[in-house]
Each structure stands twice: as C-alpha cells, then as structure tokens.
Ligand binder design. Structure first.
Ligand SMILES: [Zn+2]
Length: 231
C-alpha cells in the first residue's frame, strides 16, 4: 500500500514534507520518498498525513454518562450522581461504553489511550476489538476501605490482560480518595508491576484548598511526600 502525493508532518525533524509517497507494509511505514510504485495506492494529494494522537487521560467506559448532571461541581457530581450511577453498572455496560469511546477515538486519529476506570477486562476487550492500544489504569481508592482488595484485583488484572498492546497499571484515584499510606502502598506495588502509575492531581480549586488545610500547601507536595516524584 502506498499513500501517493501525501503532505506529511515529520514531527521528529519539525518540518512538513509535501507531495511525497509513503509505503506501508504490515501496518508499518517502511519507506518515504518520491515515485514509489505499488498496485494498491490511495491518492492523498488533498490530505495531510499526521502521526496518530494519544489521549493521555480518559475514562472510556463513562461515555453513557456524558452530559449527566454536568452543571455540578466535581465533588457533588461524583458523590451525588456518578458514584451511585456507577454502583449499578455491569461489566457489560462498561464494555459497551468503552467500545463506543474506543471507536470514536479511532475515527478521530487516536490510536492509544491512557484510561482510568474499573473493570479492566471490559475496557481491554473494547480496545482490542477496535484495534487501539491502551494503558489501562485500574482505578483504586481506600476512602471507604477495601484498598488492599482493590490492589489484589489490579494484580489479577495485570496477570490476565497485560500485553504488548494493553498495559495494565495501577490508578490511585486522587489524594482525596486515597490515604497517604495507601498511596505509598500503590507506589510500592506499581514498581513491582511494570513501573507506571496514573493519578488525578489538582483537578479543582477545592482539591487544592483542601490539601492546604491538611498539612502541606498543595497536592503535589503530598505526592512528593509519598515519594511519587522520586519514582
Ligand atoms: Zn479522570
């Protein structure tokens, strides 16, 4: 397959190459140059070829909650609306929510996502079927207890789904849902399981103001105390 007469953004070298041909074999670019020949080609003279995007933070399985009470502050939205809603979701619900988001991602040029949610099996299945890569963070917290049980589920998810295209990582939800001891435990476990950790930080003014009331002066200092930045 050759993309003929393409305008191509060469990100590595910071330039745009115009009217060039791009040869693709087995899903990979193998050659870029002029007058490349193949029976199978697409005329791209009116197209711009760009590297695929990576969505660095998403919740694929939440697509059915779009616009749901979206006029609330984050804390009210989570506590009063989202968490009760999520308590009723099945694995199948999350699969279909993730599938919709994965298809939308692919259609818009996103070939990889960093996702944080529950039910890694549902999200992994959706990503694989659509053909996008995923760093899937198993959302964990200990605000209502059961922190270690959630970490055990993460370990099980890692064993079952971690692969070349799907990386399963630990996703402590935020400092307001995870104690510092729990965050330290997450850090320790994540070092043993692939070395990556994904977390929400300073999402709202309330989170920043609340963290000032504790001991430290901002959310990042709390994470620094935990040791995340010495990772
Ligand atoms: Zn998020």
């Amino acid at each position: 397959m050759i993309l003929k007469n393409a305008n191509y953004i060469d990100v590595k070298n910071g330039r745009v190459i115009t009217q060039t041909d791009i040869q693709i074999e087995d899903g990979k670019i193998v050659k870029i140059g002029e007058n490349l020949q193949a029976n199978d080609y697409i005329d791209c003279s009116s197209k711009l070829i760009v590297p695929a995007f990576t969505n660095a933070h998403t919740h694929l399985g939440m697509s059915m909650m779009r616009n749901y009470s979206d006029d609330l502050e984050l804390q009210d939205w989570l506590v009063k609306k989202i968490w009760p809603f999520e308590a009723k979701l099945t694995k199948e619900d999350i699969y279909w929510g993730a599938k919709l988001s994965a298809v939308e991602s692919a259609k818009n040029g996103v070939c990889a996502v960093v996702d944080m949610y529950d039910q890694i099996d549902s999200t992994a299945r959706a990503c694989k079927e659509v053909g996008i890569k995923g760093i899937l963070a198993k959302g964990v917290l200990d605000v209502a207890g059961s922190g270690s049980e959630r970490i055990d589920i993460f370990k099980q998810n890692y064993r079952e789904y971690n692969s070349d295209d799907i990386k399963v990582v630990l996703g402590p939800h935020a400092i307001y849902t995870c104690s510092t001891d729990f965050l330290k435990e997450c850090l320790k476990v994540s070092k043993e399981y692939g070395g990556m950790l994904h977390i929400h930080v300073s999402e709202t003014m309330k989170e920043v103001e609340d963290s000032k009331k504790i001991i430290w002066d901002d959310t990042c200092r709390i994470l620094g105390f935990v040791g995340i930045f010495r990772y």
